[in-house]
Ligand binder design. Structure first.
Ligand code: AMP
Length: 311
């Protein structure tokens, strides 16, 4: 890859149509010097309401690529609850400030009619059995909707053949959405997308709450109660680091002491497939690798988090 010097701060170019997006990508790549040499292009898909977690994703992609595209699109297809879709925060002006600071070259902000000109897609991407577990169990259709838009965004930002130089194409996703990441990796492999999917670690507040656009819907008291999620993950991680039995029910017990927090699941899974580990958490010292997945509701707000064990 060609290395990228820190770019001078400039306002990103905002585009709203796929044609403008392709043209802007081609222009940015063609403007790279020297012409003819290999280039790199990064895409960071988001739904906006950007926070420091997104910013770290964008900054990582900025460091690793010559040209950087960020998309902002609140994808109705992945919301199974109309109210959740409507109340999803939309903060474009603040988002643009963050993206200028983080050095995005192009920001793609399409409307619904651009992404779904014929309404809901007739031909769908099926997230399979994995799409029905964990988050999928309480949000039917969520992952099919997410894959539908990611499949399109990956197409829209694909380096145009017209640029006449090899372009390595990367797409960046947060480790916070572990199930999303596994499904996107599978879709890219199963459908042979020419893109390198890269993940970026979870960003948290100083107290440990994973950053999420939904956190702004929490009262200060609820945000404090939500810290039990991180405490529970750490309790198990510390045991894993010491190669002790994990006793997951101790972590589950912590939630019982926080009446404002309603636990949905707390599971130990294989990090690559998200299959529940057959590993006996009760009596056997932990030696392998695993991923703890957790989801809980605080007030009406659904929060997810995860932590890798054995790394
Ligand atoms: P969203 O706008 O919620 O769809 O998120 C856009 C991208 O940012 C996804 O790839 C998320 O996984 C990622 N992301 C969201 N929150 C965080 C976080 N706290 N740390 C790292 N990445 C995150």
């Amino acid at each position: 890859m060609s290395t990228t010097a820190a770019p001078a701060l400039r306002a990103p170019h905002i585009v709203t149509t796929t044609a403008e997006l392709s043209a802007a990508i081609a222009r940015e790549i063609e403007a790279l010097a020297p012409s003819g040499t290999a280039a790199t292009l990064g895409l960071v898909p988001t739904m906006g309401a950007l926070h420091s977690g997104h910013e770290s994703l964008v900054s990582t992609a900025r460091e690793q690529n010559d040209v950087l595209v960020v998309s902002i699109f609140v994808n109705e297809l992945q919301f199974n609850d109309e109210h959740d879709f409507e109340s999803y925060p939309r903060t474009l002006d603040a988002d643009m400030e963050i993206l200028a600071r983080a050095g995005a070259d192009i920001v793609f902000v399409p409307g619904d009619e651009e992404v779904y000109p014929d309404g809901r897609p007739l031909v769908k991407i099926d997230s399979g059995a994995l799409g029905e577990k964990f988050e999928g169990a309480s949000r039917p259709g969520h992952f099919d909707g997410m894959l539908a838009v990611v499949a399109k965004l990956l197409h829209y930002s694909m380096p145009p053949a017209s640029v006449g130089r090899p372009v390595a194409y990367r797409a960046y996703f947060g480790a916070k959405d572990a199930q999303q990441l596994v499904l996107i990796n599978r879709m890219v492999a199963d459908l042979n997308y020419p893109v390198d999917v890269r993940s970026v670690p979870i960003m948290r507040t100083a107290e440990g709450l994973a950053l999420s656009s939904r956190n702004q819907l929490l009262t200060p008291e609820q945000a404090k109660a939500a810290l039990v999620i991180h405490r529970a993950l750490l309790l198990v991680k510390e045991r894993a680091d010491r190669h002790e039995p994990l006793y997951l029910e101790d972590a589950v017990g912590l939630f019982e002491m926080e009446p404002q927090v309603e636990l949905d699941y707390f599971e130990l899974v294989d990090p690559r497939t998200l299959q529940e580990l057959a590993f006996n958490c009760q009596d056997t010292p932990f030696t392998g690798e695993g991923l703890l997945l957790v989801a809980a509701k605080v007030g009406g707000v659904r929060l997810i988090d995860n932590m890798r064990l054995g790394y």
